[in-house]
Every structure is written in C-alpha cells, then in structure tokens.
Design a protein around this ligand. Sequence first.
Ligand SMILES: Nc1ncnc2c1ncn2[C@@H]1O[C@H](COP(=O)(O)OP(=O)(O)OP(=O)(O)O)[C@@H](O)[C@H]1O
Length: 371
Amino acid sequence: MYLKTLHLRQFRNYQDQKIEFTAPKTILVGNNAQGKSNFLEAVELLATLRSHRLARDHDLIRDGDAIAQINATLERALGISDLTLTLHRHARRSVAINSEIVRRQMDFLGVLNAVEFSSLDLELVRGSPENRRNWLDTLLIQLEPVYAHILQQYNQVLRQRNAFLKKSQESGVRSQESQLSIWDAQLVTAGTRLIIRRDRAIQRLAPIAAGWHASISGSTEVLQIQYAPNVPLAKNHAEEVQQAFLGKIQQRTASELHRSTTLVGPHRDEVKLSINQKPARQYGSQGQQRTLVLALKLAELQLIEEVINESPLLLLDDVLAELDPFRQNQLLDAIQERFQTLITTTHLGAFDSQWLKSSQILYVRTGKIIN
Ligand SMILES: Nc1ncnc2c1ncn2[C@@H]1O[C@H](COP(=O)(O)OP(=O)(O)OP(=O)(O)O)[C@@H](O)[C@H]1O
C-alpha cells in the first residue's frame, strides 16, 4: 500500500498542512518539539484509531481550536481510498471513507495498515503487562478489525461489572450476587473471544520474531514469546476456555466483591517475553532489549504483510539513533523498497548517502513542513 497524501488540519501543532509523498521513504528532519512525532501520530491514528502516546482526543486538537481533521489518500491493490478522521473537542470523533461517514470503527480499520516503532516501544520489555497488552491489541486491530469491536464490548462489560461490584460493596447487599451472573456471562463471552485471538496471533508472531531475533543477535540467543492468560488455556477451544473462565470467576467472586474489581479476565493477562528461557525484563541488557523490540517490530510488519497480502507502512519515530550501526543496517536492509517508510530524525547524519538520495526529505519547524 502507498500513502499518497496526508492533510492535517488543526491537529496538534499543525494548522493546515498538506504533504504529497513522492518517494517510498520520507525523512522528517527537525529539532526537538517541532511536530515530527505528531506527524507520524496522525498516520498511526488513521491506521489504528489509537495513539501510541495514549493521547486523548482533546490533546490531539490544536490548542484553541474545536475540531481537528486528518485526511489521507491511500493507494492499495484494490484502488485508491480517501480516509478522514475528525476529532471534536466536545463531541465524539467520526470517520469517513471516500467522504462517506462510517458508523462502525471496524469498517474503517484495516484500510490503512502501519507499524510504529518509537523509543516508547522499549516499554514493551521494561514496562508493565498493560504495555504488552496494548501493543498486542493494536496489532490485532490491524490483523482482524472485528477485534476492535470485541475489545470495546469487553471493556464496556468490564466497566459495568466493576461499577456493580463497587455498588454492592458500598451498599453491603450481598443478595445482589445473582445479578452479577448476568455480567459474568457477557464478560466470559467477549473475554474468551479476546483470549483466543490473542493466543492465535502470538502463536503466529512468535516464530517470525524468533527468526529476526536470531539473525540480529547472531543466533546466540533464543527469543520466546508466549501469551499467558490468567484463565487456563490448555486447548484453543472456545467452550473449554469459557468454562474455565466462568469457573475461575465464580471462585473469585467473594474477593472481587471485597476488592470491588474484576480479578479474572484478559484485562489482567500477560505476554511473556524471554531470552534463553529467562524473562527478558530481568535478563536483558539495554542492547538486548533493543534487539528484542526491533525483532518484534519486524515480525509485526511481516505478519501484517502475510495476513493482508500487502505491505503495511512503517513509521520510525527517532529510533535509528538508539540502535548501533549493525542493528540500524539490519533494519534498513529489511525495509529496502518493500515498505513505505516515514522516518523522523533530529539530524541526517545517521543515513548513508544512498538512502538520502532515494528519500524525500522534509524539514519540520514549529508545526510547518518545508520541502
Ligand atoms: N494540541 C496541541 N496544540 C498545539 N501544540 C501542540 C499540541 N500538542 C502538542 N503540541 C506541540 O507539539 C510539539 C511537540 O511535537 P512532537 O511531539 O511532534 O515533537 P518532535 O518534533 O517529534 O520532537 P522530539 O524530537 O522532541 O520528539 C510541542 O511543541 C507541543 O507543544
């Protein structure tokens, strides 16, 4: 797929900026805090309707404005699409394809696919399980857009169930426990769909990531990735997982009422990353952790490509400087002309002359882009 144009209106620090992409590689150069990451964030939002930086809509709208809009034209094997995301300070966001409003998020997702790699991704190794769940959810949204719908359903039931637990605890009315079973059934149904999809995605991603990891680390280290749900997942059968989920949630009801929160379910699952059988977080040096994240990102690109049968975009937010020359070359070699790539950097020194010659270079200064 090829992103042809991007038009930002009142998005972050951009007032009105239109860019036409004239090469498969675009390098955005500028000092700190000029708007380079904001530019990539706009593309990421069109691909996933999520922000890496976990920004809320009102953070994304330019200070003092009420509405922001991101618009792109995208060329895919099946034709050209025009995508628009409109953010409102005081209303819900809306999305449109070819100027027609799309009601369901999942019908918008999957048109533009992109993998973002920024220094925040180091949190995939060092950070909490929530970082890894968010990463996996973002990948799944692109692999199968219906996942976004299931996740939304699950989060909604979870919020309602937690509110109910809190209310029961405050009022001390334990007889309401039977009402809880209504939430349990809904939580288990949506939760099982998430668990099975997450497990399936990790099973496909793990060997690809291990292959990249072996090649970057010179085969001395073995990367293992495993989805570790808090409900037993002996076999990947929905009914068995549902039974196990329901059994465990019923066992924990007393503690849940006591703590006013849901203790069982995919919102508490983990993705285990290990190198040579040891947890990457404790074992990995900074260099090893970077290798791991690079392997994960390359695996994401490859898996999306396999599933959708087209090359997703790659968004590299100031990460080249964080990699040593060997890892930089591994990444740049893997990209070649295969993936349209948008790269941000504070200086062009990290790129060899061949790369610079074949790239479109854009200079970013206080929310304006100069060719
Ligand atoms: N809603 C907003 N309205 C106006 N300006 C904003 C908004 N959100 C962020 N900014 C501005 O955007 C700038 C940050 O841009 P960005 O994160 O893209 O930096 P960058 O060019 O990637 O820099 P770095 O190299 O430091 O990462 C800051 O000046 C910030 O004040």
